[in-house]
Design a protein around this ligand. Structure first.
Ligand code: ARG
Length: 373
C-alpha cells in the first residue's frame, strides 16, 4: 500500500537506513518461522524497500502484524506466561480514524478477552506512528481502579492518583469507593484526549472470599478479572504501534502479593493479620508472610470458584519451564529478566529462582513509552 509520495531528503535516507535494516530482519525471521518460500521472502523485502524509498515508511500485511505481535510477547523478558505466545488473537484496527471508533474497538476487545471468565489473550493494534502523528491511550490498563487523595488519606489505588486527577480535570467524577473503574482517555495526533465512561457490563470482577475464614468476605475486597496493559508501544520491524493494548490472564500473586499487599498500593496485610489474630509486634511472628499466604489463597479460591481464568505461581513457573524447553527445541535463545520472572512469594520454590537469564532485548517487543500527561 503506497502513501502519498513526497520528495526525498538526505535526512530521510540516513533515518531510513535503520528502518530498512529492522524491516528486512523482521521479514526474514518471521517468514522463516511461518515456513514461507525463500523467493516470497525476498520479493516481500524488495516490496518493503520500495515502499520505504517512496514514502519513508511501510505497512505490515495482516500476517506480519499477527506474527510480529506474537513474537513481541515471546520476547517479553519480564513475562512468565510466554508459553502461550502463539495463541494470541490479534485484532487489526489500523483502519480506525476517530476516538469513538477506537473506544468501540476497545469495548469489543474487552468483551472478547473476558469471554465470561474463560479469558482469551488478545491485542488490538491501532494505526502506526508516523513522523507527525500517533494514537495514544492514556490509561495504564483499560480497566483500573481510581485513587483519590482525601483528608483521611488515599482512597482506592494509589497507583492511579495522577491519572485519576487528570480525569477529574477533564470533568470526570467517580463514585468515591475504593474500587471505582476509571474512564478511557483516548488521544489522536496530539489533540485533546477524549474521555469515555467505561461500560459497566463489560467489567467482570471477582469478590474475594476465603475457603476457611468466613470473615474474609466481610472485608469487601475484589479485583477485576482481566489485566489489559494499554500504555506500551509495540515495535515490529522498525514500525511503532503506540496504541496496542493487550491482555493475558492474571497470575494470582499479581493481585494477592502486589496490588492488594504492597504498602504503596492497597496495603492490606496489617488488616488481614489482625483479623487472623497474629502478633504484629514482632516480625518473627511472620505475620506478614502468613497474611500474604491467606490473601493469595483467597484470590486463587475466588477466581477458581467463579470460573475466571487465573494461574498460581507454581503452575506458571512449570509452564515457563515448558516454554524454555520448546524454545530450545526451536533453536531460539530465551531471554529473561530474573528480577521480574521470580514470583513475589516463595520464589525459591520455583526453578526460575535457581536459574539465570540473559536480559537482552530482542525485537519485536513491547516497550515503555513516555507518559503523555
Ligand atoms: N501486574 C499487573 C497488574 O497487577 C498486570 C500486568 C500484566 N499481567 C498479566 N498477567 N498479563 O495489574
Amino acid at each position: 500500500m503506497l502513501k502519498c509520495i513526497r520528495p526525498l531528503h538526505w535526512e530521510d535516507i540516513v533515518l531510513n537506513q535503520d528502518l530498512f535494516r529492522e524491516a528486512a530482519s523482521f521479514i526474514r525471521i518471521s517468514y522463516k518461522e511461518l515456513h514461507r518460500q525463500e523467493q516470497e521472502t525476498e520479493n516481500r523485502i524488495q516490496e518493503v524497500m520500495e515502499e520505504i524509498r517512496l514514502t519513508g515508511t511501510y505497512s505490515h500485511t495482516y500476517e506480519e502484524l499477527e506474527h510480529g505481535a506474537k513474537m513481541a510477547w515471546r520476547n517479553s523478558n519480564r513475562c512468565i506466561g510466554r508459553l502461550f505466545w502463539d495463541s494470541l488473537t490479534v485484532f487489526d484496527r489500523r483502519d480506525l480514524a476517530t476516538e469513538v471508533e477506537i473506544r468501540d474497538a476497545l469495548f469489543q476487545h474487552i468483551n472478547f478477552a473476558t469471554n465470561e471468565g474463560k479469558i482469551r489473550p488478545a491485542i488490538s493494534v491501532f494505526r502506526q506512528k508516523n513522523s507527525e502523528n500517533e494514537v495514544r491511550i492514556w490509561n495504564h490498563q483499560l480497566i483500573r481502579y481510581a485513587g483519590y487523595e482525601t483528608e483521611c488519606g488515599i482512597l482506592g489505588d494509589p497507583h492511579s492518583l495522577d491519572f485519576t486527577r487528570k480525569c477529574e480535570e477533564m470533568g470526570w467524577r467517580g463514585e468515591g469507593t475504593r474500587f471505582d473503574v476509571l474512564p478511557l482517555l483516548i488521544q489522536i495526533d496530539g489533540n485533546t484526549p477524549k474521555l469515555y465512561e467505561m461500560e459497566k457490563e463489560l467489567v467482570l470482577e471477582v469478590p474475594l472470599r476465603h475457603p476457611e475464614y468466613k470473615w474474609f468476605a466481610e472485608m469487601d475486597l475484589k479485583w477485576y478479572a482481566v489485566p489489559f496493559i494499554s500504555d506500551m508501544r509495540l515495535e515490529i520491524g522498525g514500525i511503532e504501534y503506540t496504541a496496542a493494548p493487550f491482555n493475558g490472564w492474571y497470575m494470582g500473586t499479581e493481585i494477592g502479593a502486589r496490588n492488594l499487599a504492597d504498602e504503596f498500593r492497597y496495603h492490606l496485610l496489617p488488616l488481614i493479620a489482625d483479623q487472623m489474630g497474629l502478633n504484629r509486634n514482632k516480625n518473627s511472628s511472620l505475620w506478614k508472610d502468613r497474611a500474604l499466604v491467606e490473601l493469595n489463597a483467597s484470590v486463587l479460591h475466588s477466581f477458581n470458584e467463579d470460573k475466571v481464568t487465573i494461574v498460581d505461581h507454581h503452575t506458571a513457573a512449570s509452564q515457563f519451564r515448558v516454554f524454555e524447553e520448546k524454545e530450545k527445541a526451536a533453536s531460539r535463545d530465551v531471554t529473561g529478566d530474573w528480577t521480574w520472572l521470580i514470583p513475589p512469594i516463595s520464589p525459591a520454590a520455583t526453578h526460575i529462582f535457581h536459574n539465570s537469564y540473559e536480559n537482552g532485548i530482542v525485537k519485536p517487543n513491547y516497550f515503555y513509552q513516555e507518559r503523555p500527561y
